[in-house]
Ligand binder design. Structure first.
Ligand SMILES: [Zn+2]
Ligand SMILES: [Zn+2]
Length: 370
């Protein structure tokens, strides 16, 4: 079939809307008609070359939801008509890490920057060339073909444009607080960066019963929005937050600091560690350049105060259990998703959407398909 997609031909260029030739699903693959796709910072990391892809061109987008229209002959768990969230990390359920309950580390995740199907070929072709898929999904298109392991079936009464956000931002942020930092009742939590992921880290910390949720972001818009999601205090800089935390906690400092900024740099690790006190946990969710390896931090404080740094991928979630669970929270009104979507765009407005993200005009921008 023919459709359209936002394609990256070279690093540093804008997304280009191209005609896409899409093959039928083979093997364990499904054709999904997408309802919506979120504009996440990770696609921007690919665009600028922070996270180089195995090969270009690549179809962007890894935060979507839609309806299964066709299934390959080896598909067993989903059928035509199912509503699905696309999970940016696949969860095969069978590899060692899935079996041990660490689905965000599914062995199939090795393919997320390769972007091919399970048999090493591509169903997506642009300008006569095979296209790769961001996170093996490529949601910047009204249609995509992905492996069955990349979709999670959801209840049909959940609006798909809201469900899309659980494929990355909601689960990543909420899981950073709940699964990675293991925030518990009465704690003080600092969240560095309150865009799409950070706003959900704030929601997670609130849901866990944190007494104080301190949101840190240079954008006034983001700080204002963070209060809607449960931030009790907001500051423009880490220095301001550190001073305030010293007062608020009588010097004990935060129990956890969550790094959910758009682009992480080495000095931020030390900044986050400076916000937490004894037994403090720092959860690192943000991505930076994959070549940056210079971290500044007080090693003495890590040892003397027994601080921990926790690496966090997809909120350390298990997509097959956490995606339906988060959507249940949403249905019961316990988790805000509608409020995350600041602006919506058509596919051909995608570069405007990313401009708005870079200018901090959105908690989350979202592409809606007809
Ligand atoms: Zn994402
Ligand atoms: Zn697996």
């Amino acid at each position: 079939m023919k459709t359209q997609a936002a394609v990256l031909w070279d690093y540093g260029q804008d997304w280009k809307i191209e005609e896409l030739e899409l093959d039928d699903p083979r093997n364990d693959e499904v054709l999904v008609r997408l309802a919506a796709s979120g504009l996440c910072h990770s696609d921007e990391h690919v665009r600028v070359g922070d996270m180089p892809f195995d090969a270009l061109p690549v179809i962007g987008g890894h935060e979507g939801a839609g309806v299964v229209e066709k299934v390959g002959p080896l598909v067993t768990d989903v059928k035509e008509g199912d509503h699905v969230v696309l999970s940016f990390v696949p969860a095969c359920g069978r590899c060692e890490y899935c079996a041990k309950g660490y689905q965000s580390l599914c062995d199939q995740g090795a393919g997320i920057a390769v972007g091919l199907q399970g048999d090493g070929t591509s169903r997506h072709h642009v300008g006569g060339r095979d296209a790769r898929l961001m996170c093996m999904l490529g949601t910047f298109s009204p249609y995509t073909v992905v492996r069955e392991s990349s979709v999670v079936t959801i209840d049909q009464d959940i609006p798909l444009d809201k469900a899309a956000l659980v494929g990355c931002a909601v689960t990543t942020g909420w899981g950073t607080a709940i699964n990675a930092a293991k925030v518990s009742a009465g704690e003080t939590v600092a969240v560095m960066g309150v865009g799409g992921v950070g706003a959900n880290a704030v929601q997670g910390a609130k849901m866990a019963g944190a007494s104080r949720v301190v949101a840190i972001d240079p954008s006034e818009f983001n700080r204002d929005q963070a209060r809607r999601f449960g931030a009790t205090h907001t500051y423009a800089s880490v220095d301001e937050a550190r001073e305030a935390l010293t007062d608020l906690t009588r010097g004990k400092m935060a129990d956890a600091a969550l790094i959910t900024v758009g682009v992480v740099h080495g000095e931020m690790i030390g900044e986050a560690l400076s916000l937490v006190g004894k037994l403090g946990r720092v959860a690192l969710t943000s991505l930076g350049s994959d070549t940056e390896d210079d971290v500044k931090m007080s090693m003495f404080e890590v040892t003397a105060y027994r601080k921990t740094i926790i690496g966090t991928l997809f909120g350390n979630a298990n997509p097959r259990s956490d995606i339906p669970k988060l959507l249940e929270f949403y249905s019961r009104g316990e988790l805000l998703i509608d409020e995350l979507i600041t602006r919506t765009y058509s596919l051909d407005q995608i570069n405007q959407g990313y401009d708005d993200m870079r200018e901090h005009r959105n908690v989350r921008g979202m592409i809606l398909f007809d």
